[in-house]
Structures are given as structure tokens and as C-alpha cells.
Ligand binder design. Structure first.
Ligand SMILES: [Zn+2]
Ligand SMILES: [Zn+2]
Ligand SMILES: [Zn+2]
Length: 164
């Protein structure tokens, strides 16, 4: 890949030729750099101006954990969509043939749930504190259920997002 570089040594936008803005880190730990002519508009949820975004690959972190299948160290990886997973360090991906090689062990890191000593304001059942894989916290009712097959929520729908 050819990356054009401006006179100041900083990269320029391949779409409009302006310099790129500051490197920005998302809440889920992904890094991106926007064109200096583009800015995120939180009201319309669109980018005003130039829409070029450069995503940085997040380096996998080697964990102090062994793969249950083959005993090789596990890696912690963040996907492009901000989901975290552990995968075997011997896993390989051949982008030419689109085939995976090596060990295929993958563990998705899901959120964690903690019991709280607080009652739900809606139904008086206990609340639980849920931490998403991206580190967001919310309190929800312990009677809430999620049916993955039908993608429907059941039980009490009380949810309170916590600001960190
Ligand atoms: Zn641009
Ligand atoms: Zn393995
Ligand atoms: Zn409830």
C-alpha cells in the first residue's frame, strides 16, 4: 500500500488531500484517525465533511493463559467491531486463499454479571451489575432474560446505564 505523506511528514487523506487529524482512541480500545476536514456530528450520527477514516490494527496481546486444545499461549484480540476474544497463538489466516490454519480455538469474551444488593424499582427483584466486554456498565433486573434463538427479551425490562 502506498501512503502519501505531506511535506510536514504527516499523512494526507487519500480522498481529499487534507492532512489527517489526531489519532483518536475509542472506548473499546480501537484507534482511528479521521481526515482533518471531517468531524463526527453526534446529532445526525453522520460525518460532516470528508468521511475518510483510517483504522489502526490493534496489536494482539499474548496472555498468560494456555490454549485448552494445544497448550500454546492464548492471544487477546479486539475485532474491528470492538468485540474481544481470545484465540490460540498458533492460529493463522491466509488472506489469499481465505483459509484458517493452525489451532482453531476461540473464546469470545462476554460481559460479566455481578449480583447487587439493590431492588429493581419496577418489580422489586434484585438488580445485577452487567459489565460489557467493551467495559460499559449497566444495572439491570435479575429477572431479565434474552432468548438468543428468537432474539427477544423477556422478564423485567428495567435497565440503568452507568457513566464511568
Ligand atoms: Zn479527507
Ligand atoms: Zn491451540
Ligand atoms: Zn425488575
Amino acid at each position: 500500500m502506498n501512503t502519501k505523506v505531506s511535506e510536514k511528514g504527516s499523512e494526507v487523506c487519500p480522498k481529499c488531500g487534507s492532512s489527517l487529524g489526531e489519532v483518536f482512541e475509542t472506548k473499546s480500545g480501537k484507534k482511528l484517525q479521521r481526515c482533518s476536514k471531517g468531524s463526527w456530528n453526534p446529532e445526525t450520527h453522520t460525518i460532516d465533511g470528508c468521511i475518510y477514516v483510517k483504522w489502526f490494527e490493534v496489536e494482539p496481546v499474548t496472555l498468560d493463559e494456555k490454549c485448552p486444545k494445544c497448550g500454546a499461549p492464548l492471544l487477546s484480540v479486539v475485532t474491528r467491531f470492538g468485540k474481544k476474544m481470545k484465540k490460540c497463538s498458533t492460529a493463522t489466516w491466509d488472506s489469499a486463499t481465505k483459509t484458517a490454519g493452525g489451532c482453531d480455538h476461540i473464546e469470545w469474551i462476554k460481559g460479566t454479571t455481578e449480583q447487587l444488593e439493590e431492588d429493581c424499582p419496577k418489580c422489586a427483584a434484585k438488580l445485577v451489575l452487567f459489565t460489557t466486554a467493551a467495559g460499559k456498565k449497566l444495572k439491570k433486573c435479575s429477572t431479565a432474560t434474552w432468548d438468543a434463538a428468537t432474539k427477544t427479551a423477556g422478564g423485567c425490562d428495567y435497565v440503568e446505564w452507568l457513566r464511568s
